[in-house]
Design a protein around this ligand. Structure first.
Ligand SMILES: Cc1cc2nc3c(=O)[nH]c(=O)nc-3n(C[C@H](O)[C@H](O)[C@H](O)COP(=O)(O)OP(=O)(O)OC[C@H]3O[C@@H](n4cnc5c(N)ncnc54)[C@H](O)[C@@H]3O)c2cc1C
Length: 378
């Protein structure tokens, strides 16, 4: 990872914050399913919401590497806390950085840099993997669009001030009829529905968000009508690297804990040394794939394959690594005093959101068979 001196300094602060504060709070955040407002305020004060936002919009203009490494470090202790930041920046701010008009950038990026929370709202009750099958519509009326529909399983649903919402502007055109809109929480007609009680990442809110006759000014259309699906896919190319960094952080946390545990128990250490070797092998292969995806993306190129491979390997390996850690703990694996059972529950989501790992396999195979991948030639 290529990091400049300022980025390295900030990552040292992130390590201290994670080891001193996040670690202590992680268990109660999980048990109480509590949104960690204190840690979010700390992240805002440290500049973590501002780090990736360009300087001209009030940010620090730091690299993708430094954002991804931040998510990885915090995830070693609490994947809910890292997710709140990751979704706001990678899924809400990133598409505005890439495709927003100067007005959208000035208005929303500056607020994200100050610590406002954002969300990406794609999934609906009737569709997840098939992002084109959405029923939410946006109809032009004068200088506004009227948005109607319901989104579900939206991360940051409760705390977000802004949602980037997918809606059909021309349903008969399928993916070429989809558009994205920035919708503010306080626009009349926006309502938060049910909140989900989850298996893991319980400190991050996941809710329904309902849009009833919501008037959205036409300036809040991101880029152009009909470009929503393409922007969504490009956004997920970056977002999936963020999930890889989260999954790697979870795996590294599990590995570190288990090494400390076996040091205190020579018999268990002897029985399980091969399992520990397999764990580190999996973590290191995830790290290689993730670093390759970050580097390629930072070189200004776009590789759906590399980003899908990074998510696929890191997610599957996180589930394997945390499962192995549980087996080494034996009966203690069911004891919530040991963070491993929480990490196991956190790991599972990295195989599901931002496209399930089955969908990542589809993307990888399709892209390679169509021979669209220039990274194979380098
Ligand atoms: C905690 C959490 C947070 C989330 N946050 C967000 C968010 O912030 N914003 C948002 O928009 N969404 C969010 N989601 C939704 C998430 O992205 C979807 O759950 C995910 O894309 C899968 O969709 P689905 O659950 O409807 O699965 P389905 O599409 O119903 O798939 C069910 C199963 O079939 C498989 N499958 C489906 N289609 C295919 C195919 N073509 N080929 C092979 N296998 C296939 C899937 O892999 C899966 O195993 C979140 C979900 C969770 C659980």
């Amino acid at each position: 990872m290529k990091l400049n001196e300022n980025e390295k300094k900030l990552l040292e602060e992130v390590k201290k914050f994670s080891e001193n504060k996040v670690k202590k709070r992680a268990e109660e955040i999980d048990i109480r399913a509590e949104f960690p407002s204190d840690l979010v305020n700390d992240m805002i004060n440290m500049g973590l919401f501002a780090m990736y936002i360009p300087k001209e919009y009030g940010g620090l203009g730091y690299s993708l590497s430094s954002l991804m490494e931040t998510v990885r470090i915090i995830s070693r202790y609490c994947a809910s806390t890292s997710l709140i930041l990751d979704v706001t920046v990678s899924l809400f701010a990133e598409p505005i950085i890439q495709f927003g008009s100067p007005e959208l950038k000035s208005k929303y990026l500056a607020n994200i840099a100050k610590g406002h929370i954002g969300a990406l709202a794609i999934t609906e009750p009737s569709t997840g993997s098939d992002a084109v099958a959405i029923k939410t519509t946006a109809k032009k009326k004068g200088s506004n669009y009227i948005i109607d529909g319901m989104k579900t399983f939206i991360t940051n649903g409760k705390e977000a001030r802004y949602y980037l919402v997918s809606a059909m502007t021309n349903p008969s055109m399928r993916h070429k009829g989809m558009s994205l809109f920035v919708v503010e929480r306080n626009f009349p007609g926006v309502r938060i529905g049910a909140e989900f009680h989850k298996l893991g990442i319980r400190g991050s809110s996941t809710t329904e968000v309902i849009f009833e006759n919501v008037e959205v000014p036409e300036e809040n259309l991101l880029y152009k009508e009909g470009e929503g699906f393409r922007i969504e896919m490009e956004t997920l190319n970056v977002g999936r690297i963020g999930i890889a960094s989260q999954a790697i952080g979870i795996s590294e946390g599990a590995l570190k804990d288990i090494i400390e545990y076996v040091k205190t128990n020579p018999k268990i250490r002897e029985y399980n040394q091969f399992k520990i070797a397999d764990m580190i092998n999996k973590v290191m292969s995830s790290v290689r794939n993730y670093e390759a995806a970050v580097e390629y993306s930072e070189s200004g190129k776009n590789s759906p394959t590399l980003s899908s491979v990074s998510k696929l390997s890191a997610g599957d390996n996180a589930v394997d690594v945390t499962t192995t850690a549980l087996s080494i703990l034996g009966v203690k694996s069911f004891d919530a005093q040991y963070p491993t059972e929480r990490r196991f529950r956190e790991a599972k989501i990295t195989q599901i959101y931002e496209g399930t790992n089955e969908i990542q396999r589809l993307v990888i195979a399709r892209e390679l068979i169509r021979n669209k991948e220039s990274f194979l030639e380098t």
